[in-house]
Design a protein around this ligand. Structure first.
Ligand code: TYD
Ligand code: MG
Length: 482
């Protein structure tokens, strides 16, 4: 059964919340005593002078220099240090968001007084994820306030109904003006303040339009201050472009405690949430979701990203993502060209892609150096684990020779410029991922213990992993994995 949001009205009036007192900061504020000194300035051109003059040397005006009283230093607010463990220090408190996979990526749940940035391309599902979290927290008695500059209350309420989100303790306020958002949060003191999105928020006193780097920084700093002063957990959404490059969210990573990247292939329902910077937990954890008619559903991605079909140009990597590893299909396409040899990599590090191609050409004898090369990770995922190099080499070698890798094969190892393959960390997790994806042989360097049902094929040099791809010269053709 779905329930509607409480009637917050479009006036910013917030119902259904308990007013809370500010959290004690545990530090005493001490006003510094300012030393007053006398100085002079021109009332016409603002030129500052050490002593009075009848005529301003700046603008030449007569009788415009006036005495101004300035303080020796700006009246500052100091803080008296207190013992780190003194009463009032922030407790190591975590609150479950209601999405266990999200909590794992966060490092155990939401931390009061923290600021989380949920960054991703438009349409990936940030607002949907936010609404799941808000509904869950509100349902467990944690008052939440959603401020949206992107959608109206009617739109949010309709989506909440569709997602089956309970809204009894969830309040909504339309908001694009920073002071109003800060006032609303101070007045209602929610457990969680969600701002969707940081790019639509604006400080009227700041420069630029909303979404500009300065505005995004000013608003984020103000919300971070609010989080610390009031003990409110703040989640901000931020749009990034397809290549993750937009100035806004990137520019404010330093100002937030946790950065979560929400990504995936918009054409498929597969979504991956990855933890970046995290002041409270390990970086690099991932959670997988499927976007369906009823919103996001957590899924186990094992085996989802590999086709298990033997196709030339495709090789399975075992990529590390946080504490877990995942089998991902790496695909390669080789085109012929008379012009400049283009290289394009999607979901894999373009520099490593080029490097592996060069090593394959020079150290392993696969003539890919002058060809057009395309590489991709399946499912629209991004892998930035260097241990995927060997699978990239295998996919390129496979495409280059039109030979599919052996059935059930996966490849693990970082390829050095010399062609040597470095052993990878976390082999037990990688082998477990291989087994979960139905792989039975792993080409890898180093001495790792095999797991039941998965055999290790030891590899020292990149050539050792590509014996299956040897073909008589001249049989190279274009190949692609579907
Ligand atoms: P949204 O959360 O609005 O993305 P973002 O905030 O990152 O821009 O999600 C938008 C897409 O998700 C939209 O194309 C519709 C789709 N969607 C579903 O498929 N099922 C759902 O239940 C919901 C709420 C959205
Ligand atoms: Mg949105």
């Amino acid at each position: 059964m779905s329930r509607t949001l409480p009637p917050g009205g479009d006036t910013g009036r917030l119902d259904g919340l308990v007013l809370g007192a500010p959290v004690s900061e545990g530090v005493a504020r001490v006003a510094a005593v300012a030393k007053v000194r006398v100085a002079f300035a021109c009332s016409a051109c603002s030129q500052q002078l050490a002593r009075w003059a009848g005529r301003c040397p700046g603008c030449g005006g007569w009788g415009t220099v006036e005495e101004v009283r300035a303080t020796g230093r700006a009246p500052s607010i100091g803080v008296a240090p207190v013992a780190l463990t003194a009463e009032g220090a922030a407790p190591d408190e975590r609150v479950a968001s209601g999405l266990p996979d999200l909590d794992r990526v966060l490092g155990g749940g939401l931390v009061p007084s923290s600021v989380v940035l949920l960054a991703g391309p438009p349409g990936i599902g940030k607002s949907t994820l936010l609404l799941h979290v808000l509904g869950s927290l509100a349902g467990s008695g944690h008052p939440c306030l959603l401020v949206s500059g992107e959608e109206s209350r009617a739109q949010v309420a309709s989506r909440a109904r569709r997602l089956g989100v309970a809204g009894d303790a969830l309040s909504f306020a339309p908001g694009r003006e920073l002071p109003a958002v800060l006032d609303a949060a101070r007045a209602t003191h929610p457990f969680l303040l969600a701002v969707d999105s940081i790019q639509t928020l604006r400080d009227p006193a700041g420069p630029q339009m909303p979404g500009g780097v300065s505005q995004v920084r000013i608003c984020t700093d103000a919300l971070a201050g609010l989080a610390k002063e009031e003990g409110i957990a703040v989640v901000l959404t931020g749009h990034v472009t397809k290549d993750g490059d937009l100035a806004g969210p990137r520019a404010l990573e330093h100002a937030v405690d946790v950065v979560l990247a929400f990504d995936g292939d918009p054409r498929s329902g597969l979504r991956v949430l990855s933890g970046g910077k995290n002041r409270f937990g390990a970086e690099g954890e991932t959670a997988w979701f499927e976007m369906g008619a009823a919103g996001l559903r957590a899924i186990d991605p094992s085996g989802l990203l590999v086709s298990n079909q033997r196709v030339p140009g495709a090789a399975v990597a075992l990529a590390q993502a946080g504490r877990r590893a995942l089998a991902v299909e790496i695909q390669a396409l080789i085109g012929s060209t008379d012009g400049p040899a283009r290289r394009q990599a999607t979901g894999i590090d373009p520099r490593r892609f080029q490097l592996v191609a060069a090593v394959l050409d020079r150290a392993a004898g696969f003539p890919v150096g002058r060809a057009e090369l395309f590489g991709a990770a399946s499912g629209g995922v991004r892998v930035d684990d260097p241990a995927c190099d060997l699978a990239v080499a295998a996919a390129l070698a496979s495409a280059s020779t039109s030979t599919a890798p052996p059935a059930g094969a996966a490849f693990v190892g970082e390829v050095a410029l010399t062609g040597l393959v470095r052993p990878a960390a976390s082999m037990p997790q990688r082998l477990a991922a291989a087994r979960a994806a139905g792989c039975s042989v792993v080409f890898a360097s180093g001495s790792s213990h095999a797991v039941e049902g998965v055999r290790i094929h030891p590899v020292h040099h990149v050539r050792d992993a590509l014996g299956w791809a040897s073909r008589p010269a001249g049989t190279r053709s274009r190949a692609v994995a579907s």
